[in-house]
Design a protein around this ligand. Structure first.
Ligand SMILES: CC(C)(COP(=O)(O)OP(=O)(O)OC[C@H]1O[C@@H](n2cnc3c(N)ncnc32)[C@H](O)[C@@H]1OP(=O)(O)O)[C@@H](O)C(=O)NCCC(=O)NCCS
Length: 206
């Protein structure tokens, strides 16, 4: 995309109070620098390529079949950051991580948001997931959600470690809730953070 067209699209973020400071640049633990910003309609091909490089197990937590490009096109056509906010990380023009903040569909849980994350294999272990999850958590706070949750396969100690380090607590275990082809059932852990508690903690630290 032309530079001017891009900056025009980026100026759109400035009109949204909780997104005004995107795109942002971050340095990873290995020195590589990534640019993070909300998904735009023009990201279809890059997002499709990102999902194509993930293992089948890595995609299990997604609700849609991302091997079908029309699914990603539909996301792009129906982008509504109030319902699903996809935050993408780019390296060298390529998508290397996709984190999403999902607002609840139900009226009685409208104060709850959920975070999901996937990072490309070449960019794991260098702090990218933690960076994007903390960005999404702060956006959730700014948007006024009262509770933020994550659904994590119980064996994924790295994901549990990330959410734990951001102040999330283990709230529930749903037994044999996940089925992984060739590996059988796995428990699903729900971790959650109450925004009121997180703000209190921040006040104590600062
Ligand atoms: C899970 C996933 C997002 C992690 O991404 P990542 O960028 O490698 O994560 P980070 O580098 O930010 O953090 C990993 C953390 O786990 C820690 N960790 C790694 N292995 C661990 C283990 N066995 N036990 C505890 N902690 C572990 C690392 O030390 C690091 O913590 P630190 O920053 O405090 O050192 C990535 O592997 C992925 O995309 N998986 C497929 C999709 C998925 O499963 N998503 C989760 C569903 S919500």
């Amino acid at each position: 995309m032309e530079r001017s067209a891009k900056s025009e699209q980026y100026s759109y973020f400035r009109s949204i109070p909780f997104l005004f400071d995107y795109p942002k640049n971050f340095s990873l633990k290995d020195g590589r620098k990534v640019m993070v910003r909300p998904m735009l309609p023009s990201d279809v091909d890059e997002l499709y390529a990102f999902f194509a490089n993930l293992d089948r197990e890595d995609k299990l937590f997604l609700r849609d079949d991302v091997s079908d490009i029309s699914v990603i096109k539909r996301w792009a056509e129906n982008l509504n950051y109030d319902i699903v906010l996809p935050l993408l990380a780019f390296y060298d023009g390529k998508v290397v991580a996709d984190g999403t903040l999902h607002a609840s569909n139900f009226l009685w849980t409208r104060h709850v948001a959920e975070i999901r994350i996937a990072v490309s294999k070449d960019f794991r272990g260098v702090g990218l997931a933690k960076k994007i999850i903390s960005e999404l958590f702060f956006i959730a706070i700014k948007r006024g959600f009262k509770k933020v949750i994550a659904q994590i396969p119980f064996h994924q100690q790295n994901v549990i470690h990330i959410f734990d380090s951001l102040g999330f607590e283990k709230e529930a275990i749903l037994r044999k809730h996940i089925m992984i082809q060739g590996k059988g059932f796995s428990d699903l852990l729900i971790m959650s953070a109450f925004v009121g508690n997180a703000i209190q903690q921040l006040k104590r630290v600062s």
